[in-house]
Design a protein around this ligand. Structure first.
Ligand code: RB5
Length: 145
């Protein structure tokens, strides 16, 4: 484990929102590791998604937040990695349920879909909600196997 429990990544479309979320979390005492991209220059989201997701799957980090234009490309790529449960979220209820029932370990946001304030609310709720386990445990195992 590193000193960080949260890793964040984005492509060019998500760069500005990623920067704002990192700053927002830092002000709350949460330091997220920034895995790039580091500018608005065009780049390929699958590269970022694979790097970030692999590091979560390897247990280097507990959770990740990935941001692209819609969150969709990041989630499709992230879910290719065994052990990753990535959820694209654009409302606060789904943010909560993706943790409670699905034990999502990657949150995907669309910078062109959600505004900054909603994104911050989603991140807060997602980071603070816990997996309920119980009847959901078996279903997560089914996905894993
Ligand atoms: C980049 O233009 C855009 O396609 C990407 O950020 C993402 O939305 C893909 O799902």
């Amino acid at each position: 484990m590193t000193e960080f429990s949260l890793i964040m990544g984005s492509d060019h479309a998500g760069f500005e929102l990623k920067t704002k979320i990192i700053k927002y979390l830092k002000a709350k005492g949460i330091t997220a590791y920034d895995a790039g991209t580091y500018s608005t220059d065009s780049c390929d989201y699958p590269v970022i998604a694979q790097n970030v997701s692999q590091r979560v799957a390897n247990k280097e980090f507990e959770k990740a937040i990935l941001i692209c234009g819609t969150g969709i490309g990041m989630s499709i790529a992230a879910n290719k990695i065994k052990g990753i449960r990535a959820a694209v979220v654009s409302d606060t209820c789904s943010a909560k349920m993706s943790r409670k029932h699905n034990n999502a370990n990657v949150l995907c946001l669309g910078a062109r879909i959600v505004g900054e304030e909603l994104a911050k609310d989603i991140v807060d709720i997602w980071l603070n909600a816990s997996f309920e386990a119980g009847r959901h445990e078996k279903r997560i195992e089914m996905i894993e196997n």
